[in-house]
Design a protein around this ligand. Structure first.
Ligand code: MGD
Ligand code: MGD
Ligand code: MO
Length: 813
């Protein structure tokens, strides 16, 4: 392996807090007029009239789907169904700045590799295909023909050699259904299921747990369940004020009709406290709406213990109630008719150790009891969650336990009740539905094979972590990415970047410059594509034929499929749409004997939708139904008819052995999370308004009592050093085996290094911020801290990087 450069150690070059960094007190409320003004300032700075013209069309029927998060649109959108962070996403895409051929002629790759993620992103939109030849330090322009022929030649070579698994096709969740469907078809026709995607780092744990327990890996609630029906909404491991701001409007509507909200989080996130809705007069001039009625400040990774304790208490209260001749607390009819595994789970709850619960959660028993009062007082309960549950070693177990919690009182498959994993990227759920999955269900492959007359590969492919391993071990020749920023989003930055640089060919279909382009493979291509906001007229023939620009489709977090049509003039004439790029590439790879109508697919997306309607269940009559305002909802048997397509045909209670994370003396458990001014690896600005941070990102939030114990002062500069003993950093007990090679590798590393010599990883130069986070728990921003997350430190059962529980120490500079 080549030597690790300084840049590679830090995911960007910084070694010290930014000189402009200022820290003030955190806020207790979210949004309101300042938020919107802030966003409009962003749009104005980036794009003046371009972005402002775009905003009224966000999330409107006939407009484009917001390129931000996956929160659903209400049935009848307000005139401006956009939020502060949606506006920033639009501004970022509609910028007038350009990373064009002149830009690349001026900037050597070695220089760009020293830029921060923020500076790279602010270079503007990509305008034409660019190639970096082996050994060159500059990208140079190439034609689309040259670029696509180069990729096709390499892929054909792998197919002809019988080694298609030496290619991997990454997807980020902004890709449309149509592009995703073609992309997975290309991979499978080539002969591989190597389709890693951002889900592997995101809600994979939710998908795994929900599929096992409810039979379908998607959420079971609709927007109306939250706004109109739920009595209690539990928001756990999620920061909607920043990451799903439109969700606050739904929570406010729920509050208005008397619903209760409980927030469970190590951080007192502003958006969960008070919401100042800019679209209502009370939000503009009044005190705003108080959202969370109860806040449980749980320790990081403490939710499994918490939900086990709650389930145990529900069981006990049920026993007491029935003994006293009162109404039972559990829904025994539902449990008997629709579930299995209750007795085993109940026995495990009865054996739960309260000292484990105390250690894991850091909560008082009285707080947990009070939460149980809320639950018992609510006819219907929705649980919403995001990365705070999915990115831990026991993430899958935790989400299974949340499902048990819902099942106990029959809170699945009726109005106002259910499981609500709140998705990240705007079409991440749709991409999965379209077959972007390294382990596709057999039924999907059967249907795909029947539609296109071929035998799809059946062996599981690489997920994201396995893809990094394959790169590291020299088992990958072509890495292609449909969007995203693989280098910056993946864990273990030093290892990942070194591995990426050794891949013979990397290909990035992207809208904007990012870190993945500047830690290129030996040869590297950038293929620039249209964004959501832009008019997709296709080739000139078609434009002349009819004037309506083409549309694509997406699926939101609540399984609603709808269309998205860009309206703005593209950033450059040389941009192509994602479906057109994939179709053209596939035609070149597979040659003329391939009967798939690639050319038609690239030209007319209705043809793609026709195939989708025959391959993917729930998409019958796709074209007509998606043309209706608001689109249509995909079937979800547990939600719709209380049918559970699991192995046993019933919803399943599970037994989830608790491993309490025990952080060694003088160490902290670190979560890596988002600031208010970023979308994943795209850094909009340097502020985290709600947490009181401006002008910089190299901060670490620590509880003042921990600082006192360590003798470290607020404002000091430290290095963050992660310590990993090669297995499950600091856990006790023994959970199930991981899904992939992770456990073996981890065990091997543990043997090599032993408990006495943990592996160390370092992120230098962070300003310490005394902050009211749970004791023992620190927080710092992703992606700057990805360098600290060991590649093998993943969730059992989903292989998702456990990037919210990393053991660190603070080291004075
Ligand atoms: N503006 C904006 N919107 C976004 C994104 C963005 O970057 N910017 N990203 C999109 C994507 S891809 C995703 S996946 C989502 C992410 O949405 P979130 O999951 O809200 O994102 P994070 O910033 O990772 O925040 C995790 C939250 O969980 C809490 N948490 C962490 N660990 C634990 C734990 O162990 N237990 C509990 N109870 N809480 C915990 C943290 O304190 C924090 O509040 O947002 C999407 N929307
Ligand atoms: N430590 C740590 N790591 C994490 C996380 C964490 O919480 N902590 N979160 C994880 C999560 S939840 C996720 S989802 C992943 C995100 O991983 P990715 O999805 O790979 O990363 P993004 O930053 O969302 O990708 C941004 C890039 O996508 C490109 N892009 C934007 N729009 C388009 C488009 O319309 N088409 C195309 N082709 N390209 C486009 C732009 O070039 C932009 O630079 O990161 C994961 N990594
Ligand atoms: Mo995500």
């Amino acid at each position: 392996m080549t030597e690790v450069s300084d840049e590679a150690r830090t995911n960007g070059p910084a070694e010290a807090p930014e000189p402009t960094l200022r820290v003030g007190p955190p806020r207790h409320d979210a949004a309101g007029v300042p938020g919107v003004l802030h966003a409009l300032a962003d749009v104005a700075e980036e794009s003046v009239s371009r972005g402002l013209r775009a905003l009224p069309l966000v999330n409107q029927h006939r407009g484009f789907d917001c390129p931000g998060c996956a929160w659903p649109e209400p049935g009848k959108p307000h005139l401006a169904e956009f939020c502060e962070n949606g506006a920033k996403a639009v501004a970022e895409e509609t910028t007038r700045k350009r990373a064009d051929a002149a830009f690349f002629a001026e900037q050597p790759v070695s220089e760009l590799a020293t830029w921060t993620n923020h500076r790279l992103g602010k270079s503007g939109r990509l305008t034409e295909p660019m190639l970096r030849d082996e050994g060159a330090d500059h990208y140079r322009p190439v034609t689309w023909d040259e670029a696509l022929d180069m990729v096709a030649g390499e892929l054909r070579g792998l197919r002809d050699a019988g080694t298609p698994d030496r290619a991997a096709f990454y997807t980020s969740g902004r890709t449309s259904n149509e592009a995703a469907f073609l992309y997975q078809l290309l991979a499978r026709k080539l002969g591989t299921n190597n389709l890693p995607d951002c889900s592997n780092m995101c809600h994979e744990s939710s998908g795994s747990a929900l599929t096992e327990t409810l039979g379908i890996g998607k959420g079971s609630v609709s927007l109306a369940d939250i706004t109109d029906h739920a009595d209690l909404i539990v928001v756990v491991g999620q920061n909607p004020g920043t990451n799903h701001p439109r969700m606050l409007t739904a929570l406010e509507a729920a509050k208005d009709r008397g619903a209760r909200i409980v927030a469970i989080n190590p951080l007192p996130e502003a958006g969960l406290q008070t919401f100042r809705n800019p679209q209502r007069i009370r939000g503009v001039v009044g005190a705003g709406t108080k959202l969370a009625d109860r806040f449980l400040q749980v320790r990081l990774a403490g939710d499994l213990a918490l939900f086990q304790a709650v389930n145990r208490l529900l069981l006990e209260r049920d026993g007491d109630a029935r003994a006293a001749g009162h109404e039972p607390v559990l829904d025994h009819d539902f449990i008997a008719t629709h579930t299995d595994g209750f007795e085993e789970a109940a026995a495990a709850w009865r054996a739960l150790s309260w000292s484990d619960v105390d250690a894991a959660t850091g909560l008082d028993r009285a707080e947990i009891e009070a939460f149980v009062d809320d639950v018992v007082g609510a006819r219907s309960v929705v649980v919403c969650w995001a990365m705070g549950l999915t990115q831990h070693k026991q993430a899958v177990a935790t989400i299974r336990e949340v499902v048990s919690f819902l099942l106990l009182r029959g809170n699945v498959g009726r109005p106002g009740a259910g499981a609500c994993p709140v998705r990240g990227h705007s079409n991440v759920q749709g991409d999965r539905t379209m077959g972007i999955w390294e382990r596709p269900p057999a039924a999907f492959l059967d249907a795909l094979g029947a539609e296109f007359g071929f035998e799809p590969p059946r062996d599981p492919g690489h997920d994201t972590v396995d893809t990094v391993r394959a790169m590291r071990d020299g088992r990958l020749d072509v890495f292609m990415a449909m969007g995203g920023n693989f280098a910056a989003a993946t864990p273990d930055t030093a290892l990942t970047e070194t591995a990426l640089r050794e891949v013979p060919l990397t290909v990035h279909v992207s809208t904007k410059l990012n870190r993945s382009h500047v830690v290129p493979g030996r040869r590297s291509l950038i293929l620039p594509c249209l964004g959501r906001t832009e008019r997709d007229d296709g080739d000139h023939r078609r434009a002349a034929r009819d004037a309506a620009p083409r549309f694509v489709t997406v699926e939101d977090s609540m399984s609603v499929v709808h269309s998205s049509r860009g309206t703005l003039r593209p950033a450059s004439d040389m941009l192509r749409s994602e479906p057109a790029i994939v179709a053209d590439l596939a035609r070149r790879v597979l040659g003329d004997d391939d009967p798939t109508p690639w050319e038609d697919f690239g030209d007319d997306y209705a043809r793609i939708r026709e195939s989708i309607s025959r391959v993917v269940p729930g998409f019958e009559d796709f074209e007509r139904r998606v043309s209706e305002p608001g689109g249509f909802v995909l079937p979800h048997p547990p939600r719709d008819v209380r049918e559970f397509p699991t192995a046993t045909g019933k919803a399943r209670f599970t037994v989830n052995p608790l491993e309490v994370v025990r952080v060694p003396e003088g160490r902290l458990l670190l979560q890596t999370l988002r600031s208010h001014d970023q979308f994943n690896t795209t850094i909009y600005g340097q502020d985290d308004r709600y947490r009181g941070v401006t002008g910089g990102r190299r901060v670490v939030f620590v509880n003042p009592r921990d600082l006192e114990e360590f003798g470290v002062a607020d404002g000091e500069t430290v290095d963050l050093v992660s310590e990993w003993n090669g297995s499950s950093a600091g856990t006790s007990g023994n959970g199930g085996a991981a899904r992939t090679g992770g456990t073996d590798e981890a065990a091997r590393t543990a043997r090599t290094h032993g408990a006495a010599a943990p592996q160390e990883r370092r992120a230098p130069g962070f300003r310490v911020v005394a902050f009211p986070t749970a004791k023992g728990c620190a927080a710092a921003y992703y992606p700057e801290t990805n360098v600290l997350v060991p590649l093998d430190h993943t969730a059992e059962g989903s292989n998702t990087p456990a990037s919210k529980s990393v053991v660190i120490r603070l080291e004075r500079r």
